[in-house]
Design a binder for this molecule. Structure first.
Ligand SMILES: Cc1ncc(COP(=O)(O)O)c(C=O)c1O
Length: 409
């Protein structure tokens, strides 16, 4: 199938982008917009068979059960998982990462390595294990330009020795859009006897993610960052690891049977999906994957880099503005995150929205650890792009930003 590489005609698929005076939406790293087909799939669930999957056997329930299975297959295929039963629906990447962290068994002194610019979702679960179980969480320092230092990483794996249990890294950082060399990190992790967990929240929407080619053990991602419904995420893990992983959601549909004194777990994925699921969300996610499957993901990445080059070139020389990460926008994918010295990033974001009709994210983007370590307590202003954004929007952003900057600085 020939995939779409020219995204200009797709804006009409998105209700909020259809009006001529649509605001500029540069906050897709937080949550993407949704096309009509995803909204229709959600509505269709409530209109046609608003029922529970996997339990009742009437026609509504069977329709939901079939569609959930279809959705699981689509998501599994999207990341090239060897088997669809390795794909678990969650409510977000945070829940996926918590399921991994809290589902593994731990001994005091087991070492977990993360980077120094993690989203709280890939930091706090490990810190919690450190606080509650004596796990030894260590931070791999990045180079000065925020790129990953493979040499130091390898050295830290070696230092951890037999205690190395988990390495958990993002594939792309939400702080600055910088990509991590996951395949290489994964090989090093395995050579030192650790498990490789990948936070793919910022990569899965923007580039092909192939769990088999990367060689990783677990990945977590967010469907709401890839055109899917809000409150939908997923977790993939290798079958033999999922078999041993302790569920953090014991209850309905997680067991084959129970007596007053005993029970038997269901096989993955059901063991991890306790209680009634977000069926509308799961079905909407399948529609999101269908939509993404039509698009060339490499072309999405390239399109975002082009937009980032325009924005970066337009803001980098302004007084008080400092782009986080490497100078070259190509190394920052679809994210341009700016430190705003001597001004409040939230104030600027509000002015950009109200005076310039441009929506960006401001603050610490849940990467408090990095900002507080560096003493940047005001956070940053982050513009993040997706395939539905245009060069005209990037140029308009630069003009609006320049005008506001001239009046404030
Ligand atoms: C890199 C990264 N990891 C994890 C998360 C958490 O994702 P979710 O909101 O789906 O839990 C985010 C959200 O912004 C993120 O950017």
């Amino acid at each position: 199938m020939v995939k779409v590489t020219d995204f200009s005609t797709l804006r009409t698929d998105f209700p909020t982008l259809r009006p001529d005076d649509a605001p500029i939406y540069f906050d897709s790293a937080c949550m993407t917009l949704r096309p009509d087909s995803v909204i229709a799939a959600i509505q269709n669930y409530y209109h046609e068979h608003p029922s529970c999957g996997g339990r009742s056997v009437h026609r509504y329930a069977m329709a939901v059960t079939r569609k959930v299975m279809e959705s699981r297959r689509k998501l599994a295929a999207f990341i090239n998982a060897p088997h669809h039963d390795e794909l678990i629906f969650t409510k977000n990447a945070t829940q996926s990462l918590n399921q991994i962290a809290k589902g593994l068994s731990w001994n005091k002194g087991d070492v977990v390595l993360t980077s120094d610019r993690e989203h709280n979702s890939n930091l706090v679960p490990w810190l919690q294990l450190e606080r509650e179980h004596g796990v030894d969480h260590r931070v791999v320092p990045s180079r000065d330009d925020n790129t990953f230092d493979t040499e130091i990483f390898e050295q830290m794996c070696a230092e951890a020795g037999a205690d190395l249990k988990v390495v958990s890294l993002p594939q792309v950082g939400n702080l600055d859009g910088v990509e991590f060399p996951i395949k290489e990190a994964c090989k090093i992790t395995h050579d030192h006897g650790g498990l490789m967990v990948v936070d793919a929240a910022q990569s899965a929407p923007h580039m092909p993610v192939d769990v088999q080619s990367l060689g990783v053990d677990f990945i977590a991602f967010s469907l709401h960052k890839m055109l899917g419904p809000s409150g939908m995420g997923a977790l993939w893990g290798r079958k033999e690891l999922l078999d041993d992983l302790r569920t953090i959601s014991a209850g309905g549909d997680t067991v084959l049977w129970s007596r007053y004194t005993d029970f038997e777990w269901s096989q993955p994925p059901h063991k991890f999906e306790g209680g009634l699921d977000n069926y509308a969300g799961i079905l909407g996610s399948a529609a999101a994957i269908d939509y993404l499957n039509e698009l060339d993901l490499d072309a999405i990445h390239q399109h975002e880099v082009n937009l980032n080059k325009i924005v970066s070139a337009g803001v980098r020389d302004l007084d008080g503005i400092e782009i986080i990460g490497p100078d070259d926008a190509a190394q920052r994918g679809g994210i341009c995150s700016m430190l705003i010295h001597d001004q409040d990033a939230h104030d600027l974001a509000i002015i950009l929205d109200e005076a310039g009709s441009c929506m960006v994210r401001s603050g610490m983007h849940c990467v408090h650890s990095w900002f507080l370590d560096k003493g940047y307590e005001e956070g940053s202003l982050r513009a993040s792009f997706y395939f539905y954004n245009t060069e005209e929007e990037a140029k308009a952003f630069v003009d609006i930003f320049g005008e506001i900057h001239a009046s404030l600085f």
